[in-house]
Design a protein around this ligand. Sequence first.
Ligand code: FAD
Length: 304
Amino acid sequence: MASKLDTEVSAILLGHEVEGIAQTILSYGVDNIYLIDHPSLCEFNDERYANAIIELVNRYRPDIFLLGATVRGRSLAPRIASALNTGLTADCTQLDIDPEKKILLQTRPAFGGDLMATIICPECRPQMATVRPGVFEVSKYEGKMAGKIIKPEITIFDSKIEILQYIQDTTESFDISEVDIIVAAGRGLGEKKNLKLVEELASMIGGQVGASRAIVEAGWIDRSHQIGQSGNTVSPKLYIACGISGAIQHMVGLKSPGIIIAINKDINAPIMKAANYAFVGDAVEILTMIINEIKKRGVISRYK
Ligand code: FAD
């Protein structure tokens, strides 16, 4: 996008003793890093971080300012946008530059995911958006560092937020966004116990289990497995959808998948349009057949 605008890419890095991270970021082709290294930024504090960013944005006046739609990004972005009196498009799944007007085209699912809306911010600056993790490919690690590290002086404000204690999250932590092979389950599996087949196939071919929201809401599986608009964005090389209809809210979570194989009893299910290969029939029967066939032949995944 920066090359379409004939401009530079800059990053902001806040923290304490993080100069090493700045070097790594430069290796990905960033032109400038604004590094604020201060002991009071050691721990994430959205009030203090937002104030630091607002000061930097007011000083350097970027045309576009993007944040990840992560827990921290989602907390910072609205604070920053409201202080700067500009717009913010949250959770974008696609970004581009309008070739004529040279403005940011911010695309995200709207109306419950039934359509993709492209939002613009023609007057206020910066144009701000958060972007879902996993939506864009990570740029190539170059290793060479042509960009510069800039260390601006800024005011570190007091914060009304005090961190009293950290409590370790002991719930299952699982990141499906980087997985290459996903065998995903939907309501068409009929019952929770049939998930075992999906788990078995996934483990045989070196994959992980994905899920539609329907089965997450039914309590069959943890939300960390959910793929789609209100779940995770994934870009696997192989996606096997078992008993999943392929609703738009599910499909927006599949970013440039390699091969899609659908197993569904309904040949007209929306997933069939996206699938490269399809099995039409009962998911439990077909999964059992595939698993038995792999066992018989001793096939090992080519994707491993
Ligand atoms: P269903 O829609 O019930 O589809 C089941 C499929 O299984 C059907 O195609 C059926 O033909 C097939 N089937 C039935 N029996 C069998 C059988 N015996 N063998 C083989 N196939 C069979 N959904 C998501 O997945 N992820 C999201 O992040 C998400 N976010 C949402 C956000 C919003 C704001 C809204 C409004 C909805 C969201 N949804 C999301 C829900 C989405 O609209 C669908 O309701 C959901 O994806 C349906 O899940 P499913 O395909 O498992 O179930």
